[in-house]
Design a protein around this ligand. Structure first.
Ligand code: NAD
Ligand code: 6OD
Length: 501
């Protein structure tokens, strides 16, 4: 296993013993002068120590990535690159149980969720861009010149260079590979800074990269925090060519300021305060199940989760009671238990943030339909960061709990009287990531979906992804689109060539 420092940390039975998770620079695993603890959110125990990259190590990562751009990597043909990405996907699949165990230990998410969503999607991210790479075309125009002759314009793609990739803790490997795969597909080299809360799978991926034959320096991992740590050292670095970031809107704003002076391209996938609109003509049971999933998946820690649910008045009371039932039936428990549906929040600090929103909701006049506190287990899970799935009603649309992203297992349900009102309430936000519309009238589904100011609207479903489609947000929810050819466009420079014929 080439001495990977994460080897032995995780196996299919879960975490086995404490290890040091190291940085990965120029094809080597390296420690640092400073270390920090990686905690298991399910019981607060220490999983591993993590080497925090200092400024010199971030620089070493960037310089390794820069050298890689002009080395062996530059000579790899498109077909070979696609083959390498496929091998990375196979490498993830062949270590499936390790990746699942590492992700579960770091995040506390249920093993069933990591096995169904996070790790398969990570492999799929590499496959989709491997396939796209072989088929994506480019525009060309035959142009009439002023003197009646002709010219031919065509564009070619070039790598951007060294891409800095900074990712959050909620879907660690899924979101990291969503950016690494297209960046490598376009011939770039990358320095990734995974969340300090979830350092493991980015490091396991380094081992996969080595074994797949990705040249040294093409994929580098630096661990640490944001301000005055590896995240900021990376975004401040003069030799990176672009930054792609997923995380909070405020962090996106800070990164934008940092890179503004050197005018670097950015792609930002940021927060959301997503609406779900439920019409009285919806398939009732399917919709209740769909909304429960949209609110509570990953303990509400998905940027696409619905925190505002608008329900047509005719079915409002019945719907609230049915959703309450669903919430109360959700099984909170140990992440490795196959029957567990809801794990903890990521950290004590994040739980305090969510609980402060719960308190504020009550101060703002909310009616607590269910939840609102901390569950009791009578076991070591009481040292973990669990909260109850929670539903509120009765808040004004101007309440802070209706306006601000909470990022927990919680929603506010409000009634509406007509389509226009539902659209207007949904659009009354500074965010604009995702929405869902639930109706058996497809004409209305189209009509409403087209009026909502977001990057993606689902009709009678939620988080159903086709990786070729544009993904991103408007307003505070982000800048740019990734997915399919949109990713290729961000991760490459287009050079137009005009030939007078
Ligand atoms: P965060 O913004 O706190 O941290 C994300 C990453 O940025 C971490 O790696 C962190 O260390 C780093 N970072 C923090 N400050 C930095 C700085 N000044 N410079 C450079 N790097 C810095 O986000 P989080 O708490 O990890 O994740 C939750 C947030 O992410 C939520 O707001 C959620 O909505 C959002 N999110 C959005 C999407 C999307 O696709 N739109 C997906 C997942 C999560
Ligand atoms: O599915 C995706 O590609 C994606 N970026 C999902 C983001 C989820 C946010 O937590």
């Amino acid at each position: 296993m080439l001495g990977c420092p994460t080897k032995g940390c995780y196996d299919s039975a879960g975490f086995t013993h404490v290890k040091l998770i190291q940085n990965y620079i120029n094809g080597k695993f390296v420690g640092s002068k400073r270390e920090f603890a990686d905690l298991n959110p399910a019981d607060g125990s220490v999983i591993a120590q993590v080497a925090e990259a200092d400024r010199d190590q971030v620089d070493a990562g960037v310089q390794a990535a820069r050298r890689a751009l002009y080395g062996e990597w530059a000579k790899v043909s498109v077909r070979e690159r696609a083959g390498l990405l496929q091998r990375v996907a196979e490498g993830i699949e062949s270590r499936f149980d390790w990746f699942v165990a590492a992700e579960v230990a770091d995040t506390g998410k249920p093993i069933t969720l990591a096995s169904r969503l996070d790790i398969p999607r990570a492999a799929a991210n590499f496959r989709v861009f491997a396939d796209l790479l072989k088929t994506a075309g480019l525009e060309s125009f035959q142009t009439e010149t002023p003197d009646g002759k002709r010219a031919l314009n065509y564009a070619v793609r070039k790598p951007l260079g060294v891409v800095g990739i900074i990712t959050p803790w909620n879907l660690p490997l899924l979101l990291l590979t969503w950016k690494v795969a297209p960046a490598l597909a376009c011939g770039n080299s990358v320095v990734v800074k995974p969340s300090e809360e979830t350092p493991a799978t980015a490091t396991l991926l380094a081992e996969v990269m080595q074994q797949a034959g990705i040249p040294d320096g093409v994929y580098n991992v630096v661990h640490g925090f944001g301000p005055n740590s590896a995240g900021e050292f990376l975004t401040q670095h003069p030799d990176i060519n672009a930054v792609t970031f997923t995380g909070e809107s405020e962090t996106g704003a800070a990164i934008m300021k940092t890179v503004a002076t050197s005018v670097k391209p950015v792609s930002f996938e940021l927060g959301g305060k997503n609406a779900a609109i439920v019409f009285a003509d919806c398939e009732f049971e399917e919709t209740v199940a769909g909304i429960s999933e949209a609110v509570f998946t990953n303990t509400g820690q998905v940027c696409l989760c619905a925190e505002r649910v608008y329900v047509e008045r005719a079915i409002f009371e019945r719907f609230v009671q049915a959703l309450k039932q669903k919430a109360e039936n959700l099984r909170l428990g140990p992440p490795l238990e196959k029957t567990t549906e809801l794990g903890p929040l990521i950290s004590a600090q994040h739980r305090e943030k969510v609980l402060s929103h719960y308190r504020r909701a009550r101060e703002e006049g909310a009616v607590t339909v269910t939840g609102g506190g901390i569950p009791e287990f009578g076991s070591s899970l009481d040292d973990g960061f669990y909260v109850q799935p929670t539903i509120y009603t009765g808040l004004k649309e101007s309440a802070r709990c209706v306006k601000e992203e909470i990022f927990g297992p919680v929603c506010h349900v409000a009634p509406f009287d007509n389509e226009e009102e539902a659209v207007s309430m949904s659009n009354d936000t500074r965010y604009g990531l995702a929405a869902s519309v639930w109706t058996s009238n497809l004409k209305r589904g189209h009509r409403v979906a087209q009026q909502i100011n977001v990057g993606i609207t689902w009709v009678n479903c939620w988080f159903l992804r086709d990786l070729r489609t544009p993904f991103g947000g408007v307003g505070l929810s982000g800048i740019g689109r990734e997915g399919g050819v949109h990713s290729l466009n961000f991760y490459s420079e287009l050079n137009n060539i005009c030939i007078r014929l």
